[in-house]
Design a protein around this ligand. Structure first.
Ligand SMILES: Cc1cc2nc3c(=O)[nH]c(=O)nc-3n(C[C@H](O)[C@H](O)[C@H](O)COP(=O)(O)OP(=O)(O)OC[C@H]3O[C@@H](n4cnc5c(N)ncnc54)[C@H](O)[C@@H]3O)c2cc1C
Ligand code: SF4
Length: 467
């Protein structure tokens, strides 16, 4: 490290956002990168701890102090090698990871962690800018054939790893384009879809065969794949949304968040909506039920569509503003956070549940709510009516869709309905593996990438053992 006292001498800075009034005019990314000199200074702040909790806290176990040290010397080429050695897609995590690494950073004890995610993103963005990202074509090819079903971050990571191990890999996707929730869930203002396209281009140049618009189990027979392939990896995600079955739910003005978000993402990339009904928040009183990432994405989208007023309801109590570092660090902090979308204009209401959707002449007009205590019991006299023209349900996801492909396989699931595997990612059916949200339930992009990488290694070992 260039200056061992860097954490004392240099003030923390981080990326900033375009002003709200400017960024809500379109769906473009709005995070402003740090200049190279500032990045170098921020990397110098890393204390290169003997036990690097940032590295432990990152689900991919990224070699954070190593690339910080290289960036402190402005050595982007070697930093890139270190970064790619654990993470296939730092351009995704550098944009949308919640950064548990920064919660684990020793400097977070003082609320000033190293700007790890910013440095990660800068390394890979610079590498693409300099045209350093080239296809890594395997020198030796095996005769093994693998089908991967589902092209989200788990399927993409597994595919890239297995192709580079020399196997023939076909990645199937039922949607028109690959990327899973990166493409159809996460809005463009958080992740520009060109970022996914350029990585897919590298992957196909490496030898990946990508087949989109094919629903395995419907358009492609799973039995056929079982016969033709040496291994199959199921990475179909966790797509069944949680519903709110209360009075008035049959209103046509209540939508699952994903139906709304995927539609706007398709519009942004000029994808044909076919016969989809256009869902818009323009000039409407919008209610978002659910306080997580998906809820925030609905808010950011509704703001950009010109919503009249947005209210977000969360059943959980408002988290504390600060946490006790001595009992919490280096764990992820459950504290009050405001996402960039929430900053753009929303009223947030906590400890509140929805009791009824009110419809007049087949049109949603309001919702009835009440406050709950920390055991979710109703608090007396807390009933409220809120004007509502449209509602987005963003309360999380229950399980994978147990569709034709899984029914035909008779695959075992856990209590929640996620695919059950052993520690080697193997399901109850010979040659069939599973990874990502389909196996773990709804999680994060970084965990999906990690699972994709680990399942690829497990499949490779299985193929070697059965050769
Ligand atoms: C709105 C939203 C916002 C999010 N924001 C963030 C965020 O900011 N940061 C973060 O870290 N995480 C975020 N997440 C979570 C993250 O996106 C997921 O955890 C991650 O994408 C899971 O990856 P996956 O590859 O397991 O599955 P997915 O990304 O869900 O991909 C599964 C793919 O499989 C395809 N598929 C399913 N069945 C078949 C079949 N039979 N044939 C062919 N294809 C099939 C699906 O169409 C889909 O494309 C968000 C999730 C949502 C819903
Ligand atoms: S992937 Fe996420 S947790 Fe890991 S270093 Fe990057 S931002 Fe931190």
């Amino acid at each position: 490290m260039k200056n061992v006292n860097g954490f004392l001498d240099i003030k923390k800075t981080d990326r900033t956002y375009l002003p709200i009034a400017e960024r809500v005019l379109n769906f473009d990314e709005f995070v402003k990168s740090l200049p190279k000199d500032d990045l170098q200074q921020q990397a110098i702040r890393c204390m290169d701890c003997g036990t690097p909790y940032c590295h432990v806290s990152c689900p991919l176990h990224n070699l954070i102090p190593d690339w910080n040290s290289l960036i402190s010397e402005n050595d982007y080429k070697n930093a890139l090698i270190q970064l790619h050695s654990t993470n296939n897609f730092p351009e995704f995590t550098g944009r949308i990871c919640p950064a548990p690494c920064e919660a684990g950073c020793t400097l977070n004890i003082d609320n000033n962690p190293v700007s790890i995610k910013t440095i990660e993103c800068a390394i890979i963005d610079y590498a693409f800018e300099k045209n350093w990202i080239k296809p890594q074509i395997p020198e030796i090819k095996t005769d093994k054939k693998i089908a991967i079903i589902g092209s989200g971050p788990a399927g993409m990571a597994a595919a890239q790893q297995l192709v580079r191990m020399g196997h023939s890999v076909v990645l199937y996707e039922k949607n028109k384009k690959a990327g899973g929730l990166l493409r159809y869930g996460i809005p463009d203002f958080k992740l520009d879809k060109k970022i996914i396209d350029r990585r897919l281009e590298q992957m196909t140049q490496e030898g990946l065969i990508l087949k989109t618009g094919l629903n395995v189990g419907v358009d492609v027979s799973i039995q056929d794949l079982q016969q033709k392939c040496d291994a199959i990896l199921l990475t179909g995600g966790c797509e069944i949304p949680k519903d709110l079955k209360i009075s008035g739910r049959d209103s046509s003005d209540i939508y699952f968040a994903m139906n709304y978000l995927s539609q706007q993402n398709k519009i942004n990339s000029s994808e044909n909506l076919l016969d989809e009904f256009l869902i818009t928040a323009k000039d409407k009183n919008v209610i978002v039920i659910g306080g997580g990432d998906t809820g925030s994405d609905c808010i950011g989208t509704a703001v950009r569509q010109g919503a009249k007023k947005i209210t977000q309801l969360e059943i959980m109590p408002k988290p504390p503003i600060q946490v006790d570092k001595f009992t919490n660090w280096p764990k992820w902090e459950h504290k009050f956070r405001t996402s960039s979308s929430q900053e753009e204009g929303v009223e947030r209401i906590f400890s509140t549940t929805t009791a009824e959707f009110i419809n007049e002449n087949n049109k949603l007009t309001a919702i009835k709510t009440y406050k709950v205590d920390d055991k979710f019991h109703k608090i007396d006299d807390s009933d409220k009516t809120i004007d509502a023209d449209i509602v987005f349900l963003a309360m999380g996801f229950v399980a994978p869709i147990y569709d034709e492909s899984l029914q035909q396989l008779d695959i075992k699931t856990d209590k929640r309905g996620n695919i059950k595997t052993d520690k080697k990612y193997q399901t109850n059916i010979a040659k069939i593996f599973s990874a990502g949200d389909m196996k773990n339930g709804q999680s994060l992009v970084v965990t999906a990438i990690n699972d994709g990488r680990l399942s690829a290694t497990a499949i490779n070992n299985f193929l070697k053992e059965s050769a």
